[in-house]
Design a protein around this ligand. Structure first.
Ligand SMILES: [Zn+2]
Length: 442
């Protein structure tokens, strides 16, 4: 066989159903897919256009970040530590500052940060989502992108729920792209009218697309739907929205009945441990959701909510917080945590046929991390090292469809200096307005 790319000598954690690992192993790429992999040595007769020396490297499936708002990188660090920040600060700030130009520049910037830390697939919901799609396409990443729909005028749609029409146009433009899945993103249970939620569900079903939403995220939302329907989850169920195409982010305020209902309906969950913690919210019962059989992926949330966009920043936090919640050290193994950041995320986004684990036939989405660095040595358990010790700077190469989008720690697809300069320009334009809004909510 003649492969395009052959990685030799790396420690490979496949994250497949049998937890296969090769230490050391080889992995071959042909036509952008994984053509074969196994323990060293690579089979004789296997030729490759490029051979990568993987000795000292850890090879993992690329990370899948199941909930982001990448363009909000423009506002990272603004208005921290204020009560009710979403309504008092973020919504007015977005109204004042979000433009097509900002979304374009901030997305390119944020995708560089994500790709360099090993993320190959992400889900995003925002405004001007077609600009996010263009940036993801340019970066060479895989993405599920939802145009946000809200019941008030938004930066890209002046009328209430105008995001729905915008989403239709965006989807028509991008559906069928091999790496980009365009879709609908109704913002939340409390920012979209019930009849519009039902209409979105119908359209998504007709087009065979996912629906991204924030669910059971805030205390106010929980209190409101507790009175009317028992819970926010049961409210969505009463509208018929709970089904396998729904990817629900946060899912903090849920009880045992909600968890059983989400599992029964096949809803996927994007678990955001860092952003929930920063908001002072309860720890979402992610371990129990997994035990109930819910498809669960990890997510950084947007750069304003979670700040760091690298998956390493939440990979260790996820099991740590679940151990706190359950009061037991043995809860949630490193292996299970790593699964949530890779195959679990791919399952949540409906992309497990294509990505999330290293198996023949899947697309060649993977990372190589330098495991010889101080913070990763010594190694006794590769899963524990990956989850608790690996940091973004360890990631050296990142491949999507077998194409190196990061080489020697640098983006190959996006001009990094340009992305940094673009963000500096955006921040300069935002600075006065942000300072004013921050004073107003002291
Ligand atoms: Zn969010």
């Amino acid at each position: 066989m003649k492969a395009e790319l052959l990685v030799e000598g790396a420690t490979i954690l496949t994250m497949d159903g049998q937890w296969r690992a090769f230490d050391p192993g080889w992995l071959a790429v042909k036509d952008g897919a994984i053509a074969g992999l196994g323990p060293m040595p690579a089979p004789g007769g296997l030729e490759a256009g490029e051979v990568v020396d993987g000795r000292g490297m850890l090879c993992l499936p690329g990370f899948v970040n199941t909930h982001t708002h990448v363009a909000m990188a423009a506002f990272r660090g603004a208005g921290e530590d204020r009560a009710d920040r979403l309504v008092r600060f973020l919504f007015p700030m977005e109204k004042a500052l979000v433009t097509r130009d900002l979304v374009r520049e901030a997305s390119r910037f944020c995708l560089a940060e994500m790709a360099r830390s090993g993320t190959t697939t992400f889900a995003d919901m925002y405004y001007f989502e077609d600009e996010v799609a263009r940036a993801a396409d340019e970066a060479g990443m895989r993405a599920v992108l939802g145009e946000t729909i809200v019941d008030f005028p938004s930066p890209d749609a002046p009328e209430a729920h105008g995001g729905l029409a915008y989403a239709e146009g965006f989807i028509a433009q991008w559906q069928g792209h091999e790496r980009i899945t365009p879709c609908f993103a109704p913002h939340a249970t409390y920012t979209v009218d019930p009849d519009v939620l039902v209409a979105i569900h119908g359209r998504a079903e007709a087009l065979g697309l996912p629906v991204l939403i924030h669910l059971a995220e805030t205390e106010k939302e929980a209190a409101r739907f507790k009175v009317s329907h028992g819970s926010a989850v049961r409210y969505l169920d009463s509208l018929g929205l709970l089904d396998p195409r729904l990817v629900a982010a946060h899912v903090v305020y849920v009880d045992a009945e909600d968890i059983a209902l989400l599992a029964r309906r096949g809803v996927a969950v994007a678990h955001c441990p860092a952003s929930n913690a920063k908001s002072g919210r309860p720890i979402a019962p992610a371990y129990r959701m997994r035990e109930a059989g819910i498809r669960l992926g990890l997510a950084t949330d947007g750069p304003v909510s979670g700040n760091g966009m690298d998956m390493e920043g939440i990979l260790g936090l996820y099991p740590k917080l679940q151990k706190v919640l359950e009061g037991r050290r043995e809860v949630l193994s490193s292996r299970e945590a790593l699964r949530a950041a890779t195959l679990g995320g791919a399952e949540a986004l409906g992309l497990a046929e294509k990505t999330g684990s290293l198996e023949p036939g899947k697309r060649a989405d993977f990372l190589l991390a330098d495991a010889t660095d101080f913070n990763m040595q010594p190694v006794y358990d590769w899963y524990a090292t990956a989850v608790y010790a690996m940091r973004p700077h360890n990631v050296r190469q990142v491949y999507v469809d077998g194409r190196a989008i990061v080489r020697d720690g640098r983006m190959t697809t996006i001009d990094e200096a340009q992305a940094l300069a673009g963000m500096a320009g955006i921040a300069d334009r935002c600075r006065d307005q942000i300072a004013r809004l921050m004073r107003e909510i002291q």
